[in-house]
Design a binder for this molecule. Structure first.
Ligand code: 13P
Length: 261
């Protein structure tokens, strides 16, 4: 069995003030301390990152941002650089989320520049890919996602591939309560791995591929028992600390039962 890390990442999106984030961290950390088999990540809004850095220091919970600029610094009003998020102890950054692609005009080309910048800065990008309902119904989902992966990873070095995480998030399953079946998730994760293999050969085996879209404490176990689903990117169900704790615990017990080495 390939020993890939299992990653459970919460994406808070545009929720939580500083005090809400701090209260969350206290409750969450108390319940997940001691879990070492999973990489647990909280991807918070920019304004909550610094206070969370202080709360998460020396804990087993990593910090992530939800976006960053492809530029290093300069006259880019409203942007945040890789160096700035590193400065507040982020290890991860979500890139290319469908909400950014759909509502804020992010392109494959810009996402590729961000992926390269994040890797060069020493961050782990969580690259999001996924098709909309039309594309799925036309039977073109795999082709669509393959193209997103190839564009986003253009120019990356073979040795950097093992430092990225990919999240397959079908748009029709985000915030809708409609989860892809675990077989659909597994199929697409295999298809993504095949694409990675075509680009970089056996390094592809090291890349954690997550599923995202209406993941909850109740369905995480079934998703994680699929051999190529290496974790989850969780939106709504990560907003309440105790619900997310439950999800993390359910993930950890699957890890121990099925994926343990
Ligand atoms: P939900 O878990 O709310 O469906 O959101 C998924 C998502 O977009 C995570 O990035």
């Amino acid at each position: 069995m390939v020993n890939r890390r299992t990653v459970i990442a919460g994406n808070w999106k545009m929720f939580k003030t500083v005090s809400e984030a701090e209260n969350y961290a206290v409750k969450f950390l108390a319940e997940v301390k001691g879990i070492q088999d999973l990489d647990i990540v909280l991807c918070a809004p920019f304004t909550a990152l610094y206070p969370l850095k202080n709360k998460l220091e020396e804990s087993n919970v990593h910090l992530g941002a939800q976006n960053m600029s492809w530029a290093d610094q300069g006259a880019y009003t409203g942007e945040i650089s890789a160096q700035m998020i590193l400065d507040v102890a982020c290890a991860y950054v979500i890139l290319g989320h469908s909400e950014r692609r759909e509502m804020f005009g992010e392109t494959d080309e810009g996402i590729n520049k961000k992926v390269l910048k994040a890797l060069a800065a020493g961050l782990t990008p969580i690259l999001c890919v996924g098709e909309n309902l039309n594309t799925r119904e036309e039977g073109k989902a795999a082709e669509w996602v393959r193209s997103q992966v190839i564009h986003a990873l253009t120019g990356i070095l073979r040795e950097d591939l093992s430092r990225i995480v990919i999240a397959y998030e079908p748009i029709w399953a985000i915030g809708t309560g409609r989860t892809a079946s675990s077989q659909d998730a597994q199929e697409m994760c295999v298809s993504i791995r095949t694409t990675l293999n075509g680009l970089m050969g056996s390094e592809a085996e090291k890349v954690p591929i997550l599923y995202g879209g209406s993941v909850k404490a109740e369905n995480i176990a079934e998703l994680l028992t699929e051999p190529d689903v290496d974790g989850a990117l969780v939106g709504g169900a990560s907003l309440d600390p105790l619900s997310f704790v439950k999800l993390v615990h359910n993930a950890a017990s699957v890890f121990a039962r099925v994926k343990g080495v």
